[in-house]
Design a protein around this ligand. Structure first.
Ligand SMILES: C[S@@+](CC[C@H](N)C(=O)[O-])C[C@H]1O[C@@H](n2cnc3c(N)ncnc32)[C@H](O)[C@@H]1O
Length: 268
């Protein structure tokens, strides 16, 4: 996939993604548009879980507007398990972007510190070069993403202020701006109950699993986005590579729009 120029497919992909992001920014998260091809062929979910606790967490709007019912509902159910079993630890999100998941995690875990790892400047050249070398996804793919992000926000501070403005409990958020895993240095002693890894690329996802899994409390969960996504080919290899170090992981793939993977550490 080492094209000289962005393919028409990539240009269409990021053109429609840019529209989505500009609308999201303009309407502060109240409008959602999922472009074709971004998350697969989107179909409205008509069958929902019968037991509806969404209102308790102000999540009805997210379920209605943001379309990825399975992903957000899994966050909610995992949060319930963590509370029910008294699983200790902080919450982490690696790959924040516009904060579409951040505000949900913040509401689901109002009493826990929420660590937010992102460059807030888009993808890093080191990770992107590795993608191309291994033919996971072309550099143009990520150059386009970075271009549109920088069109939306002048600085990392602007982007963080936007995300912070979406949070109900902003005092629980700790922003770790910069290149992950460098931004996790000093946090080796932390324990996590839940980590959402959504950084699209092989290297940060591998580093994310290697960092968070050993620090996951018994009974805790890691959710890895894009495991079964056709555009992000490095994610499965990252999980396989992590298992060489950590041993076999307990894995459950989800049929959400990114094809997420849930990793669970057995409780005591
Ligand atoms: C797909 S977006 C995250 C989307 C977000 N979780 C959501 O659901 O709306 C991927 C993010 O990962 C970040 N990212 C990728 N590699 C990174 C790295 N090595 N260090 C820090 N952030 C990284 C990018 O800056 C980008 O904001």
């Amino acid at each position: 996939m080492n094209e000289e120029k962005p393919s028409l497919r990539h240009r269409l992909f990021y053109g429609s993604l840019a529209l989505h992001q500009l609308l999201a920014k303009r309407f502060k998260g109240s409008v959602r548009f999922i472009p074709d091809g971004y998350l697969g062929d989107h179909k409205v979910v008509t069958q929902r879980m019968a037991y509806d606790t969404a209102d308790a967490h102000n999540l009805s709007a997210a379920y209605d507007n943001q379309a990825d019912y399975v992903r957000y509902r899994t966050f909610e159910l995992v949060a319930q398990e963590i509370a029910a079993h008294g699983v200790a630890g902080d919450i982490a999100e690696a790959g924040v972007d516009y904060g579409d998941c951040t505000w949900i995690l913040n509401e689901l875990f109002p009493d826990r510190t929420l660590y937010l790892y992102d460059t807030f400047r888009g993808f890093d050249a080191r990770d992107v070069a590795y993608e191309s070398e291994h033919e996971y996804t072309s550099e143009h793919f990520y150059e386009s993403a970075n271009y549109f992000l920088r069109e939306s926000f002048q600085t990392a501070e602007d982007q963080m202020a936007y995300v912070r403005g979406r949070l109900k409990y902003p005092e629980k958020a700790v922003f770790r701006q910069g290149y992950f895993p460098e931004t996790a240095v000093g946090e080796e002693g932390n324990t996590f109950a839940f980590a959402s890894l959504d950084m699209d690329l092989y290297q940060p996802i591998l580093n994310g699993i290697l960092f968070f899994y050993p620090r996951l409390a018994p009974g805790g969960y890691i959710m890895i986005h894009d495991y079964n996504h056709r555009e992000f080919k490095g994610i499965k290899d990252a999980v396989k590579e992590a298992e060489k170090t950590l041993g076999p992981l307990a894995k459950l793939p989800l049929p959400d729009q990114g094809g997420s993977l849930v990793i669970h550490k057995a409780g005591t």
